[in-house]
Write a protein that binds this ligand. Structure first.
Ligand SMILES: [Zn+2]
Length: 97
């Protein structure tokens, strides 16, 4: 009986630690390289953004020719969105964290 309680306690500890590691992964990371996170600025061209952030997860084109580049990763809370003007320059960067 005592061993059963000890085993249950050990399993509970493993579950809590696993959850904390997973929660840390979900909450702390960004879908773009941390070193280049703050380097995309207004007026940049798409190829400059791609060099810093890599290929976007999804591109949404609007009728006026503007584009919205979305960066996300599975199970991550953080999303980064780069909006381009119809002339192909960064209008703004939204870091939703
Ligand atoms: Zn972030």
């Amino acid at each position: 009986m005592r061993y059963a309680i000890l085993a249950a306690g050990a399993i509970a500890i493993v579950l809590v630690v696993s959850f904390m590691v997973f929660a840390h992964y979900v909450m702390e990371g960004h879908p773009v390289p941390t070193t280049s996170l703050d380097q995309v600025a207004e007026g940049m061209k798409p190829h400059q953004v791609e060099r810093l952030y890599g290929k976007p997860t999804r591109i949404t084109e609007s009728a006026d020719g503007s584009e919205d580049w979305l960066y996300s990763s599975p199970y991550r809370w953080c999303m980064v969105s780069v909006e381009f003007t119809p002339t192909g320059k960064v209008a703004h960067v939204i870091h939703d964290h």
